[in-house]
Ligand binder design. Structure first.
Ligand SMILES: Nc1ncnc2c1ncn2[C@@H]1O[C@H](COP(=O)(O)OP(=O)(O)OP(=O)(O)O)[C@@H](O)[C@H]1O
Ligand SMILES: [Mg+2]
Length: 243
């Protein structure tokens, strides 16, 4: 559904993303992992249009999106959260969500409105709707970002480290939240995280990046047993397991 072909991004001499080709299939939870600096966030920035690619092509449902600006890509169905939180601190929880919902014109009525109300409940934001986002705990801010991105009614939801800073109980709730989104919303989810247990649990497919390139894409059990992946994470001499 979302197709990346030879996508590249250079920052001066650094090849942050180097000829990455990848397909994100409809309705699949797709993990994106790799060591620090591998190019994961840059890849999401290229997909969402925050950064201009140095080379390569992007198509969504067979149509080129290369010339679309970030806000047009969001309208076309590409929604994301940020590694560093970007909720509007002075707006309430529900205002944060309705700003996003209003950006996805005519999608707030009917079924979509129902899905969002249910998402608010599932992500434990129901009794916090009238609070300013600034008073939320870090874990709840991360959840607000997810519900806000979902309010755009995306076909691909991209999450940059949603489990970062969450305790075990919060991560557990996040796992079931993402499963609920997959089963009820039908969008694909591209999720970056360093918590490999979390990734292995929620993802049906995983892509591993290292130094800007795709090392491999496969099923969780294939990826976690792949010696190249273990070496990228733990060094060549490693004889251990990934998790
Ligand atoms: N705006 C920028 N200007 C210059 N270099 C950048 C910029 N953004 C990223 N880079 C470089 O590109 C490479 C990839 O960075 P990126 O943030 O995409 O990695 P990442 O896989 O998301 O890492 P992390 O797991 O630490 O979040 C790194 O070498 C980084 O220093
Ligand atoms: Mg990153």
């Amino acid at each position: 559904m979302l197709e990346l072909t030879d996508l590249s991004k250079r920052f001066g001499g650094v090849k942050a993303v180097d000829q990455v080709s990848l397909t994100i299939d409809e309705g699949v939870v797709h993990g994106l992992i790799g060591p620090n600096g591998a190019g994961k966030t840059t890849l999401i920035n290229l997909i969402s249009g925050l950064l201009k690619a140095s080379g390569g092509q992007l198509t969504l449902r067979g149509k080129s999106i290369d010339s679309l600006e970030a806000h047009q890509r969001a309208r076309a169905g590409l929604a994301r959260t940020f590694q560093n939180l970007r909720v509007y601190p002075n707006l309430t929880v529900s205002q944060n969500i309705s700003v996003a919902a209003s950006a996805s014109a005519s999608r707030t009525a009917g079924d979509h409105g129902k899905v969002i109300r249910e998402a608010i409940r599932r992500f434990d934001l129901e009794d916090k709707q009238h609070l300013p986002a600034s008073v939320l705990s870090y874990g709840h801010m991360r959840r607000l970002e997810i519900v806000r991105a979902l309010a755009l009614s995306p076909s691909v939801l991209m999450l940059d480290e949603p489990a970062a800073g969450m305790n075990q109980q919060e991560t557990e709730a996040l796992v079931s939240g993402l499963e609920w989104i997959r089963d009820n919303h039908g969008c694909a989810i591209l999720v970056i995280d360093h918590d490999l247990r979390f990734i292995m649990r929620v993802c049906e497919k995983i892509t591993v990046m290292s130094m800007g390139r795709v090392l491999t894409t496969g099923l969780p059990e294939e990826v976690s047993a792949d010696p190249r992946v273990i070496a990228a994470y733990l060094g060549d001499s490693a004889d251990g397991h990934l998790i």
